[in-house]
Design a protein around this ligand. Structure first.
Ligand SMILES: NC(=O)c1ccc[n+]([C@@H]2O[C@H](COP(=O)([O-])OP(=O)(O)OC[C@H]3O[C@@H](n4cnc5c(N)ncnc54)[C@H](OP(=O)(O)O)[C@@H]3O)[C@@H](O)[C@H]2O)c1
Length: 131
């Protein structure tokens, strides 16, 4: 679980554990930096699935697009190398729609993230929640 210390990740990791699965909680506080690609291979070793609940605190595309481009690219590569079967991307309803993200630049990063996972060599599921 990437972003396991965050609002979304904490709750999702708890639910997955309650359902009897083992969760590796990963974020910079546990030595995993998805943007730098640091620690991903070790975190994904033996994992069936990777859940991406990463976030950068910004309203702008200038930060959100490079963040999600680098993180999703590194996560997809590392997951592929480690033989992970599926990536689950937590996203936002409407974020990939230009009619929506044209008015909120953070969503442009989410649109890139969704697109990278949809084209990744590892099968992915995008879960779009409301804010
Ligand atoms: N909250 C909502 O209402 C909501 C609704 C719909 C969708 N979403 C989506 O769900 C995702 C998570 O949102 P959130 O609200 O839970 O965010 P959040 O509370 O800010 O959590 C972000 C998580 O990402 C980690 N992180 C940030 N940069 C990282 C990096 N370079 N490498 C590794 N970990 C990093 C943070 O931990 P460290 O600081 O320790 O690295 C933290 O665990 C986002 O993609 C968001 O768009 C959220």
């Amino acid at each position: 679980m990437l972003g396991a210390s965050g609002n979304f990740g904490t709750n999702v990791a708890d639910v997955i554990e309650q359902r009897g699965h083992t969760v590796v909680r990963a974020s910079r506080s546990t030595g995993v930096d998805a943007v730098a690609g640091k620690g991903l291979a070790r975190a994904f070793e033996g994992a069936d699935a990777v859940v991406d609940a990463l976030h950068i605190n910004t309203f702008g595309a200038r930060k959100s697009v490079p963040f999600f481009t680098a993180a999703a690219g590194n996560v997809a590569s590392a997951a592929h190398e480690q033989g992970v079967s599926r990536i689950v991307c937590l996203s936002i309803a409407g974020a990939a729609d230009p009619r929506v993200n044209g008015g909120f630049d953070y969503y442009k990063g989410k649109a890139v993230q969704e697109s990278i996972y949809q084209q990744a060599p590892v099968p992915s599921t995008t879960v779009r929640s409301t804010q």
